[in-house]
Design a protein around this ligand. Structure first.
Ligand code: AQP
Length: 329
């Protein structure tokens, strides 16, 4: 009997993912593969809330899959699949929507933020996004969900929905816990460090894409907005330099005070160069692997098929149990 805990998480193919997605989530996914049983998926159904371009979505989904593999996710150890391939996600989401209050969804900050960002397309899917996310998690009875801090509110709602369902129909779902990294839970935009780094930001200088070449990475860090001070010190009043310190700390595996000590007599210019260099050096091997994996369409197809089959087995059994509990015959 397998007694390791289960970790589950997903990423939307709304763009090639950024350094923020990597530090906040995908990097933890990789680290967790030894200690946990892991299920990871590409959330193409979620991305439909903002993307309405068929070819763009198709090609991004495969690219994100190749990039996850290049980041070191093992399909031998984990289940890796595409969300829309497992129909139980949509089905359970409907059931959970009927156990979720309008007021609860209305309070979600991501809905408010994305409604402002996509004023011409405030669709019902965007509003109900957290109930689909709850289905994603509860179908697999995940113990922990590795996420960046921006998704914490959605996970809290998942816990509320699961508890409510359990109270109403009897013990059905495990209550999941968030797993938020201590360093890098919210990597900020390079052009506006009070805003989260996002892969769909229209300003490409605001984020580091995992596929940016070294020169682009160096340039983006060189142009990163920092304050007028010159001390390399982490503080809430200095979000720009603090963001860069966080990124350096993550890749160098040294603590934030150690980063401050290491660069205490250096200028912002020198530090930005060091951050660019360490990021470029860490992304280069991932990019090389990505380019090789993306060429092998047969392999990618096979990964999707095997992943979906394994995921569906677990998800369908949970859904069957739920349908019995709610009285579907
Ligand atoms: N800036 C960030 N810092 C740390 N973690 C982050 N995450 C996202 N941005 C940061 C985490 O990455 C995981 C996957 O995110 P997602 O693709 O499901 O959606 P998102 O949170 O909406 O990410 P983006 O990059 O901001 O996408 P768009 O631009 O499409 O809205 C999640 O665990 C998230 O917490």
């Amino acid at each position: 009997m397998e007694n390791r805990k289960l970790a589950l998480s997903g990423i939307q193919p709304t763009g090639i993912f950024t350094l923020g997605n990597y530090i906040g989530a995908v990097g933890s996914w990789k680290k967790m593969q030894q200690e946990y049983r892991c299920i990871y998926f590409i959330a193409d159904m979620h991305s439909l809330t903002t993307i309405r371009n068929k070819e763009y979505l198709k090609s991004l989904t495969l690219k994100v899959l190749a990039l996850l593999l290049a980041c070191g996710l093992s399909v031998k150890q984990n289940i890796l699949f595409i969300q829309s391939h497992v129909h139980a996600h949509a089905e359970l989401a409907w059931v959970l929507q009927c156990s979720t209050q309008f007021g609860e969804l209305k309070r979600m900050t991501q809905f408010k933020d994305k409604s402002l960002k996509h004023k011409d397309n405030i669709n019902a899917g965007l509003f109900c996004y957290p109930t689909l996310m709850a289905a994603d998690i509860l179908l697999y009875n995940a113990d922990v969900v590795p996420i960046g801090i921006d998704q914490k509110q959605h996970l809290e709602l998942t816990k509320t929905i699961a508890t409510r369902f359990n109270n109403m129909y009897g013990e059905t779902f495990k209550i999941p816990q968030p797993y938020i990294p201590k360093v890098g839970a919210k990597i900020m935009s390079l052009s506006n460090p009070t805003k989260k780094m996002s892969k769909s930001d229209e300003n490409s200088n605001s984020f580091i894409s995992m596929l940016d070449p070294p020169e682009t990475i160096m340039n983006k860090f060189k142009r990163a907005i920092t304050d007028s001070d010159s001390n390399i010190k982490f503080s809430a009043e200095k979000p720009g330099i603090s963001n860069l310190i966080t990124i350096y700390s993550y890749f160098s595996n040294i603590s934030i005070p150690e980063v401050e000590e290491k660069f205490k007599n250096k200028s912002y210019k020198d530090f930005k160069f060091a951050v660019g260099e360490i990021v470029a050096n860490n992304l280069s091997p991932i990019q090389e692997k990505y380019n090789a994996i993306l060429k092998d369409e047969c392999y990618l197809k096979c990964v999707c098929e095997e992943g979906a089959e394994k995921a569906a087995q677990i998800a369908n059994s949970t859904l069957k149990n739920v349908y019995e509990k709610i009285g579907f015959i």
